[in-house]
Design a protein around this ligand. Sequence first.
Ligand SMILES: NC(=O)c1ccc[n+]([C@@H]2O[C@H](COP(=O)([O-])OP(=O)(O)OC[C@H]3O[C@@H](n4cnc5c(N)ncnc54)[C@H](OP(=O)(O)O)[C@@H]3O)[C@@H](O)[C@H]2O)c1
Length: 251
Amino acid sequence: MNRVVLITGASSGIGAALAVAYARPGAHLSLGGRNQERLAEVAAGVAARGAASSIDTIDVRDATAVADWIAASDQRAPLDLVIANAGISGGTHGGPETPEQTRAIFAVNLDGVLNVVLPTVPRMTARRRGQIAIISSLAGYRGLPGAPAYSGSKAAVRAWGEGLRGDLLPQGVKVNVVMPGFIKTPMTDANRFTMPFLMSAERAAAIIQRGLAADRARIAFPLPTAFVAWAMGALSPAIVDPLLRMLPKKN
Ligand SMILES: NC(=O)c1ccc[n+]([C@@H]2O[C@H](COP(=O)([O-])OP(=O)(O)OC[C@H]3O[C@@H](n4cnc5c(N)ncnc54)[C@H](OP(=O)(O)O)[C@@H]3O)[C@@H](O)[C@H]2O)c1
């Protein structure tokens, strides 16, 4: 049972729901995000369920600040589970994605994940115990027109996490890649198209929690969307590209 848990992007959406899901008497949660006010609201919800927490305004792009935060949290109580969840998305407003947006998305979704996971690994391998969850996305199965940087960043952390899992297994550390479909959060509230099998953040958190407890390598859900996304990645671009071009795009 994971008792000491660190979550990035805990001030909103899936991260906030995961914080509440892991909150129980005896648990300690280190919650990071940029918005102090929303972090405090999440901490109040965690406290109401009998768990202790500490909140820190941390930008995952700041490698030094993140490493210091992880070191301080781990020294207070050895971390059982670290969830690299913070992420951003962006639409293309009908045109090609700008260089600025491309770099901004990779900075949070790729560098931000590296900044969290890399300082965690030596701490966990030293005690031959611990679990690291990387929040990718079903968008990580295949490059998507309308979200090239988002899908690219999620593909990168998916492949990296899968490789890392095999690398760290002999050292006693579990790595799990989480690939959600459409989850109702402020991130998807911006979408103006129908999102198939949209689910609540609370339900997603419960699925993620169960998958992590079972140490599933890849926690991809919901099943119908996961199958379609996987198939799009497996099939030839000659078949998939024309279909993808017909899909609605994020604004
Ligand atoms: N919603 C979906 O359908 C869906 C599907 C698949 C994967 N995901 C992934 O799930 C994760 C959570 O997304 P969500 O839907 O819960 O979105 P969200 O409600 O917008 O939450 C994003 C979280 O990331 C934090 N964050 C963003 N940039 C940050 C930075 N530079 N430093 C630190 N924290 C930062 C935000 O903190 P502040 O608000 O405090 O700035 C917020 O807590 C993301 O990695 C996303 O890509 C979401």
